[in-house]
Design a protein around this ligand. Sequence first.
Ligand SMILES: CC(C)(COP(=O)(O)OP(=O)(O)OC[C@H]1O[C@@H](n2cnc3c(N)ncnc32)[C@H](O)[C@@H]1OP(=O)(O)O)[C@@H](O)C(=O)NCCC(=O)NCCS
Length: 175
Amino acid sequence: MASEFVIRDLRFEDFNDLVNAYFSYYDESKSNQNLGITLFKRKPTLKEEVAWFKEMYVKVLDGDVIVKVAEADGAAVGLCSVTRQRPGSERDHTGVLGIAIKKAYRGRGVGRALMESTLKRCKGTFEQVILEVFESNARAQSLYKKMGFKGYGKIPKAIKRGERYINVNLMYLCL
Ligand SMILES: CC(C)(COP(=O)(O)OP(=O)(O)OC[C@H]1O[C@@H](n2cnc3c(N)ncnc32)[C@H](O)[C@@H]1OP(=O)(O)O)[C@@H](O)C(=O)NCCC(=O)NCCS
């Protein structure tokens, strides 16, 4: 596996790789109960993924989401997006951040590079960025703090995974 990666804009042909990455998180969650992204109770169908990708792509064209992709070994292996809150409302100066990288590519600087690039691109489009992170997700919180995010609260039991509850921390960054 190559240790090199590039961070770039989303392309229409990333669909297969990104669905592949997203489905891998469902497989991973079977052995890693602490996987730090919010999952649907039922793994989405390919048809639902087509709808998700189409919606995201349209939002990119409308300037309502900033998306960056990490590419390694010839495939898209990570995605970071900042989505405008309620376009047209008094909240639309704020973006909501999400990030995930395929398991095999974590812990080698891809997340940091992906976030830096995405946040840089957010300037001029959003005034602030907010996110939610599982209280148990030390790596993600360490990364967010390094990017300048500040904590502003906690939602106890925000996630119910099976019979287990997970607290979620809230963070914000003024651009
Ligand atoms: C969270 C995630 C995006 C981070 O990306 P990554 O490529 O693994 O992170 P990086 O290698 O760039 O490391 C980021 C920072 O975290 C720190 N870090 C790495 N592993 C860590 C660990 N186990 N505990 C604490 N901090 C850690 C590193 O010090 C690094 O800082 P540095 O650049 O100053 O050295 C990635 O691990 C991931 O996709 N995880 C699963 C999905 C997820 O949790 N998404 C976040 C939802 S809120």
